[in-house]
Design a protein around this ligand. Structure first.
Ligand code: SF4
Ligand code: SF4
Length: 487
């Protein structure tokens, strides 16, 4: 891809009046200096703290020089990077960010500019899939995020907003307190009236996004027993993660997952006192919080005594497979974390391993499958959900015809923290989803579900969105396809 291929309307100069210098990928090796590309994305209406830390990184797990050295600057990752597609800025590409990490290790200061380029990274890991040299960008980013989060002083409003997010989303009980007021807001027609009024356009972008992606409160509440016996002969004992947002707003997805696993021969334990796995915290660089939540999750599932831990949220599964790395310094948990991570399976991965047993009934719908980044790039899972869906008679499975590897902009809390970039990516993904001409959107992550549906609503399209497990469950139970996505 040539730099000219970056659409003009997506360039930062169109948004912020900056002067981005697009990188010509045909030039191959060669990294532009930070000062050459800093302006455009840093200037995207983002308040700066004005505080500069010298050096950028302290001695507690800085990004590894050896891993940085694996990058040969070939640029093959650039076309897969959503922020490079949006801004055409070298320092908003994986190669540019790795260069900034190297500068930081060599004593360069952690400035607003440098922090901004790291903040804009979605952590989608498309660059990891694309890299022919096996650069472990996920480890580099994780180390860098922890440094930024621990050391960089954000402006007060930004700090407050982040604290609000991280004192709410990882706590299902606190999220449940929102259900009643949100239900009243949605069912009274106020939400629809606010959407129509144009009032949202006058709100700050972060608040507007919070409103746009707020999940619909489910109509019914499906209680999941702590233990569900396998139907027929037990083939495996599985512990299941209920998640945080998933548990509060998508209980039907959890219920469907348990039914599917049980129907295919798994006894399922869902410890009710389980908490957050820590994925949101870890992806934001909140190391202590992520470690605390990981330890608790390991203890919870050790007590459940399962052969595997099933997860139906892409970001959670991807993170739980990295517990070994997160807890590598912990004398009590390091070994246990490695053992635990080896047991973690996405629900579709688990089904592919054990093979289907329960009969799948006809489900005549046309569905388009969206790959969540933390499934396709984070865990390398693309075949299993497609195979599971193709086992459903009369279901027509379509692909997103363009940019399948590009993030929808959800990326954990990214759409709340970086609403402008996320909105552009969401709109772009919605256009590509619509091009598939399907009736139903199917994905394996609640964040993608909410993000793409919000983008579809902006263009006046109300397409039902369901989880992979909901489609399989509907097929096993012989449910009418017309009811899909209604909860
Ligand atoms: S993780 Fe995603 S956004 Fe970040 S550098 Fe890699 S491809 Fe770009
Ligand atoms: S991260 Fe990989 S693909 Fe990207 S420039 Fe470095 S070596 Fe090339």
């Amino acid at each position: 891809m040539m730099a000219e291929d970056v659409p003009a309307h997506n360039r930062a100069d169109a948004q912020a009046g900056g002067a981005p210098r697009l990188v010509d990928l045909a030039q191959g090796i060669g990294v532009a200096g930070a000062e050459e590309t800093a302006e455009a994305t840093v200037g995207l209406h983002h308040p700066a703290s004005g505080v500069t830390l010298q050096p950028a990184f302290d001695a507690h797990h800085p990004p590894s020089a050896a891993l940085i050295g694996d990058c040969v600057h070939c640029g093959f990752c650039l076309p897969s990077c959503p922020t490079y597609l949006l801004y055409g800025e070298e320092m908003d590409s994986p190669r540019g960010r790795i260069y900034l990490m190297k500068e930081g290790l060599e004593g360069e200061a952690l400035s607003d500019t440098m922090a901004r380029h790291f903040d804009l990274c979605l952590g989608c890991l498309a660059c990891v899939t694309a890299c022919p040299s096996g650069v472990q960008y996920e480890k580099l980013l994780s180390a860098t995020r922890q440094q930024v989060e621990r050391r960089y002083l954000r402006p007060a409003g930004d700090r407050l907003f982040r604290e609000l997010i991280f004192h709410l989303f990882p706590y299902p009980r606190r999220l449940r307190l929102l259900l009643l007021p949100l239900l009243l807001y949605q069912r009274s027609g106020t939400q629809a009236a606010v959407r129509r009024s144009g009032l949202l356009d006058r709100l700050p972008a972060r608040l507007r996004t919070l409103h746009e992606v707020a999940p619909a409160v489910p109509r019914g509440w499906e209680t999941i027993p702590a233990w569900v016996q396998a139907r027929g002969k037990e083939r495996m004992r599985v512990g299941m993660l209920l998640g945080c947002v998933q548990r509060a707003f998508f209980p039907h997805v959890n219920a469907a997952t348990v039914r599917v696993l049980a129907a295919d021969g798994c006894s399922v334990a869902t410890p009710l006192r389980q908490g957050c796995c820590g994925a949101l915290s870890a992806h934001a660089g909140r190391e202590d919080e992520a470690i605390r939540l990981a330890r608790r999750t390991i203890q919870t599932f050790e007590r459940a005594g399962a052969d595997a831990v099933a997860v139906n949220v892409a970001g959670c599964g991807s993170h739980m497979k990295e517990y070994g790395h997160l807890l590598r310094d912990d004398p009590v948990f390091a070994e246990r974390a490695l053992r635990f991570s080896a047991m973690v399976r996405d629900a579709s991965e688990l089904l592919a391993e054990i093979g289907p047993v329960a009969e799948r009934h006809s489900l005549p719908v046309t569905a388009v499958y969206h790959d969540a980044c933390h499934l396709q790039h984070g865990q390398g899972i693309t075949r299993q959900p497609r195979e599971a869906l193709r086992q459903i008679p009369r279901l027509v499975l379509k692909e997103v015809p363009r940019e399948r590897e590009i993030c929808c902009g959800s990326a954990g809390t990214y759409n709340l923290l970086e609403p402008d970039a996320a909105r552009e990516l969401g709109d772009r993904k919605a256009r590509n989803v619509l091009a598939a001409e399907a009736q139903v959107l199917v994905t394996g992550n609640p964040g993608c579900h909410l993000q793409i549906q919000a983008a579809l609503r902006r263009v006046g399209v109300a397409m039902p969105a369901v989880h992979v497990m909901e489609l399989i469950d509907a097929s096993i139970r012989g449910v009418d396809g017309e009811t899909l996505g209604r909860h």
